[in-house]
Design a protein around this ligand. Structure first.
Ligand SMILES: Cc1ncc(COP(=O)(O)O)c(C=O)c1O
Length: 397
C-alpha cells in the first residue's frame, strides 16, 4: 500500500450520494440497481491530492463568478504535452471546450458540410457514431481487423474510403480495443490523409494511460504538416476528473481554428468554470507521481484478469491491452447471442459491463470491462462470472 492516501488504489470509496452515472445510473442502464458497475469510463479512485487541494482552495473563495482561462491553464497543458509526449504546441492553437465529445461535434459541424462523409473505425466508442449522425453527416465505416493478439487498421480499405470522405475520426489510443497505434501505422494514416486531403480529428483522451512496453505518439507530432490534424485532449480520464468537463482542442490550422471558434460562439458555449480550471491545472502540474502509481496498479490488474481467464474461464479471451483502463473481452466462445450475453452478465453474474455490440456490429459477442476500481472488486467480478458460468453449464446438463 502506498503511503500517499490518494495512491491507495485498493481503498474502496463509497460513491453513494454523489449522483454518479456509474452507480446511480445502474437501474436505467441495467434494469437492476445492484449490479457491480464496471461500465461507464470513470474510475472509483480518488483523484490526485494536488487536484483535491486545488479544488478546496478555490472553494474557500466564496465568489464563483464568470471566469476566464488563465495563463497558468495554457502553460500546464503546453508543458504536459511537451514533457510527456514530446510535442511542442503554440498557445494560440488551443481552444478549450466543455468535454471531448462536444469538441468532436463542434469540429465536425465547423469543418464539413451536411451530407459530407466522416470515417470511423469500429468497433469504436459509440458517441463517434452519434456525433456524425446527429450532425447530419454521412458515416463511413473502416472496420478494424482482428488479428491474433490485437486489432490493426485496414489501411487499404481506408485509402479507398478516404477518396470520398471529408474527415476521419480517429480514436488513439483506441477505445474499446485497447490499441496504442504504432508510429508506422500512424505515419501511413497521415500519408493517406495527405493524399486525399482528409482532415483527421484525433481523439487522444486516453493518451496518458499507456501500459509498460508501449508508447503513445500524438498524431499531429508525426505529421510534416500538423495543420491537417485536430487533436482532442483532456486530463479527465488520466486523473479521474471527467465530471468537471474541461478539455482542449489543439488546432494548428488558423482557418479551421476560426471556424471552430465561430461554431462555439453560435452556441455561446464556454468551458470556463473556476473549479474545472483549478483541477485541470493542478492535475497537469502535480499529478505525475499519482499517474505512475495508477498505471502500475492497472497493469497488475490487467495481468490478474488475463491470468484468471486463462486458468478458470478460457471461454472468455482478453484482447491484449496496450492502453486505457477498458478491457475488451471476447466472449464469443460462450455461444450466446448479444442479448443473452448481456442478460447473463447482468442477471446471472450480477455485473454491469458495456455490451460490445454498442460499439458497432464488429463488437458482437464482446463485452467491455472497466478495471478502474480496487482490484478486489475485479477479483469478485471474475469469481461471479466463473460461478455463474459453472451454474449455467451444470443446470443445462
Ligand atoms: C475515446 C473517448 N472520447 C471521449 C470520451 C468522453 O469525453 P468527454 O466526457 O470529455 O466528452 C470518452 C469517454 O469514455 C472516450 O473514451
Amino acid at each position: 500500500m502506498s503511503n500517499n492516501p490518494d495512491q491507495d488504489f485498493d481503498r474502496a470509496i463509497d460513491r453513494a450520494g454523489t449522483f454518479s452515472v456509474k452507480y446511480d445510473g445502474r437501474l436505467s442502464m441495467f434494469g437492476q440497481a445492484e449490479v457491480m458497475p464496471l461500465w461507464v469510463a470513470d474510475m472509483d479512485f480518488a483523484a490526485p491530492a494536488a487536484v483535491t487541494d486545488a479544488l478546496l482552495k478555490r472553494a474557500t473563495h466564496p465568489v464563483y463568478g464568470y471566469t476566464q482561462f488563465p495563463d497558468s491553464l495554457y502553460k500546464s497543458l503546453i508543458n504536459w504535452l511537451a514533457v510527456r509526449h514530446g510535442w511542442q504546441i503554440e498557445r494560440e492553437w488551443i481552444i478549450f471546450c466543455p468535454g471531448v465529445v462536444p469538441s468532436l461535434s463542434t469540429s465536425i459541424l465547423a469543418l464539413s458540410k451536411p451530407g459530407e462523409a466522416v470515417i470511423v473505425q469500429p468497433p469504436v466508442y459509440y458517441p463517434f457514431f452519434s456525433v456524425v449522425n446527429k450532425s447530419g453527416r454521412k458515416l463511413l465505416y473502416n472496420a478494424l481487423r482482428q488479428e491474433q493478439a490485437h486489432y490493426s487498421m485496414d489501411l487499404a480499405d481506408l485509402a479507398q474510403q478516404a477518396a470520398t470522405a471529408r474527415i476521419l475520426l480517429l480514436c488513439s489510443p483506441h477505445n474499446p480495443v485497447g490499441r496504442v497505434w504504432s508510429e508506422s501505422e500512424l505515419e501511413k494514416l497521415l500519408a493517406i490523409a495527405k493524399q486525399h486531403d482528409l482532415i483527421i480529428i484525433s481523439d487522444e483522451i486516453h493518451a496518458d494511460l499507456i501500459y509498460p512496453g508501449n508508447k503513445h505518439h500524438m498524431l499531429a507530432s508525426l505529421a510534416d504538416a500538423p495543420e491537417s490534424v485536430i487533436t482532442a485532449v483532456a486530463p479527465s480520464k488520466t486523473f479521474n476528473i471527467p465530471g468537471l468537463n474541461l478539455s482542449a482542442l489543439i488546432v494548428p490550422h488558423p482557418v479551421y481554428r476560426a471556424a471552430i471558434r465561430e461554431q462555439l460562439d453560435v452556441m455561446h458555449v464556454s468551458a470556463a468554470n473556476p473549479f474545472s480550471i483549478a483541477a485541470f491545472t493542478a492535475a497537469y502540474q502535480g499529478g505525475t507521481a499519482w499517474l505512475a502509481s495508477l498505471m502500475d496498479y492497472l497493469a497488475d490488474t490487467c495481468e490478474m484478469v488475463r491470468q484468471y481467464l486463462q486458468d478458470y474461464l478460457p471461454q472468455i479471451k482478453l484482447t491484449l491491452s496496450q492502453g486505457t483502463y477498458l478491457l475488451w473481452l471476447d466472449c464469443r466462445n460462450l455461444g450466446l447471442s448479444d442479448d443473452e450475453l448481456r442478460q447473463f452478465f447482468i442477471l446471472e453474474a450480477g455485473i454491469g459491463l458495456n455490451p460490445g455490440i454498442s460499439y458497432g456490429k464488429e463488437g458482437s459477442g464482446f463485452m467491455r470491462m472497466n478495471i478502474g476500481t480496487p482490484r478486489h472488486h475485479i477479483q469478485q467480478a471474475l469469481d461471479n462470472i466463473r460461478n455463474a458460468w459453472v451454474q449455467r453449464s451444470t443446470s443445462i446438463q
